[in-house]
Design a protein around this ligand. Structure first.
Ligand SMILES: *Cc1c(COP(=O)(O)O)cnc(C)c1O
Length: 379
């Protein structure tokens, strides 16, 4: 087997940059020349571009995805002791901000095929203290939003969509209408961390909402709780998107749909290579959502995952485990109320998932090299 020239990475930002280098370098040097580093025209222009792309009334940029989640919960006036239901199988940020605000994270199971939060498990976890649901659109496709919105309406709950991994994914509701993930619930929260599907060259994030009043409150909270300069009606935070990052994001937003196509093409190659292999379960597509493949994640069946990773490493192929532990096994989120017997799916996934390189620059020879190397070990 031939090894490809450039080292294989989980995410190849360098090759991607080389294709937009002239435009990016010019935009960055323009920001520096204008010295409008904070809240400059690039930030406002990016906000408008993203509102248009998402067909949402308000985009409020902020410093990162974790801040976006925190600001959303502050803006919704969630109070200590309020319960917030979210997935046990997710990145820590989701539960972290809940706990940080002294709200109570209530962790629930996910769907074993799509990996997203299970609506039936949400409904079972509702108590009189429940105030909000955080639906995580894990790995790049939307959770079952029709069901989640029905549950939220029935019990009068807010829905915060954590769309950090799924920007651009589109959800089709039962009424046939399509919406971009993050614009369906009360508020959407996303991240522009470099390796995310729309990544900047540092940290960045945003909130989206169609609610005018909530948007104004989010803006105020992200800006030290002030609506008029030096008048602070609320305790806020300082969370801004840099003008430099906004300039990069404007350029990459124009590519986002073609980036999603490239990711889907890579996913289709992987799917085909691993089809009908009893030891490898390829990722299922949710019924009502497109997939933007932030991650391409397999579930192994009777394969020694560590040894597979070691085998791939000897061939210079990286592979990652998202996520190795359920949140309730993390010391910080341990709670005797969360029992292993209630999380068989999450625990199984944490032990058996493996994510392969997934980005916009994977060519066929690289994909062949990766899939051949996986199959060589598995078969
Ligand atoms: C990346 C991520 C976040 C946090 O975003 P940051 O910009 O790194 O703070 C939150 N939730 C999920 C699901 C993520 O993948």
């Amino acid at each position: 087997m031939e090894k490809t020239a450039r080292k294989i990475q989980m995410v190849d930002l360098k090759t991607q940059y080389e294709k937009i280098k002239t435009e990016v370098d010019t935009a960055i040097s323009n920001v520096i020349n204008n010295t409008a580093f904070i809240n400059g025209p690039e930030v406002k222009a990016f906000q408008a571009d993203l509102e248009k792309y998402l067909s949402v009334k308000h985009v409020i940029p902020c410093a990162n995805g974790t801040d976006a989640l925190q600001i959303a919960m502050m803006a919704l006036d969630l109070k200590p002791g309020d319960e917030v239901i979210t997935a046990n199988f997710t990145y820590v940020a989701t539960a972290e901000v809940i706990a940080l605000l002294k709200l109570t994270p209530v962790l629930v199971e996910c769907n074993p095929d799509t990996f997203t939060i299970d609506p039936a498990a949400i409904e079972k976890a509702i108590t009189p203290k429940t105030k909000a649901i955080v639906s995580v659109h894990l790995y790049g496709q939307c959770a079952d939003m029709d069901k989640i919105m029905d549950i939220a309406k029935k019990h009068n709950l807010y829905v915060i969509e954590d769309v950090a991994q799924a920007i651009g994914a589109e959800y089709t509701s039962a009424d046939g209408k399509t919406h971009k993930g993050g614009t369906i619930g009360t508020v959407g929260c996303t991240s522009f961390f470099p390796s995310k599907n729309l990544g900047c060259y540092g940290d960045g994030g945003a909130l989206y909402t169609n609610d005018d009043k909530l948007a104004a409150r989010i803006r105020m909270i992200a800006n030290h709780g002030q609506s008029v300069q030096y008048i602070h009606d609320d305790i806020g935070v300082n969370s801004r998107l840099d003008s430099l990052q906004a300039a990069v994001l404007r350029i990459k937003l124009k590519q986002l749909d073609s980036y999603a196509t490239a990711r889907n093409n890579a996913a289709a190659y992987y799917d085909k290579a691993f089809a009908n292999n009893p030891k490898i379960k390829t990722p299922a597509r949710a019924k009502n959502s497109t997939h933007v493949f932030h991650q391409y994640t397999l579930v192994l069946n009777g394969v020694d995952r560590n040894k597979l990773r070691e085998h791939l490493a000897t061939k210079d192929i990286p592979a990652m485990i998202y996520y190795p532990l359920p949140l309730h096994h993390q010391k910080a989120y341990h709670n005797p109320l969360f029992k292993d017997e209630n999380f068989p799916i999450t625990i199984h996934l944490c032990k058996n998932v493996i994510s392969l390189p997934m980005h916009t620059e994977l060519d066929e020879s690289t994909l062949k090299y990766i899939t051949d190397s996986v199959l060589e070990f598995v078969n």
